[in-house]
Design a protein around this ligand. Sequence first.
Ligand SMILES: [Zn+2]
Length: 223
Amino acid sequence: MERPTTIPPLAILAQATLPTRYGEFRTLVFTVEGDAREHLALIHGQPSGKERVVVRVHSECITGEVFGSLKCDCGAQLDSAMREVVRRGTGIILYLRQEGRGIGLTNKIRAYALQDQGADTVDANRLLGLPDDARTYEAAAAMLHHLGVRSIELITNNPEKVRALEELGIQVAARIPSLVPVGTEARRYLEVKRDRMHHLIPEREAVPQSVAHGATGSDDNRP
Ligand SMILES: [Zn+2]
């Protein structure tokens, strides 16, 4: 698959303040030319004109982020990135609507069905005649360009993502390893790790202790 190397025109459709359990963000809905999907930017602090802004470019995963699926670690990745951005005082989460490594929700669940029958994630995609990874990053690059970020520190374990953004003219000053492995190259490893980390994942995706504690008003729910 040809990877885009030019930045498409971008349109901001709406923006507002978004308080979250991690901290306060400004959220922008945006699209890029030739792509009807509504992508999301979550901005903490004032990244405009700054160097080495911490950035997570995160692709949508409804099963992992909403339903706590243990087939991947997308929910934990997003959670960890939002914490890191707030911890650093300035940063950006770009949430791209390319579900299932870009193949869409239906194909992702079809691939899961093949995995139920014993195929691994790569073979499942190939059996469906789909690429291992169909994600592209021109929308992310367009938004970083729009925000006037001069260089970024990218939270990722995926060198392909760094390369793709650099090809789109984004200066990646550093790569910050994510706490949990992700990306096509780590996928087999991730599945093994997932089995080993089985008990850790629910803790990582649980409501933070401070919130749970405040909500119950007792120590009963503490581990
Ligand atoms: Zn996922």
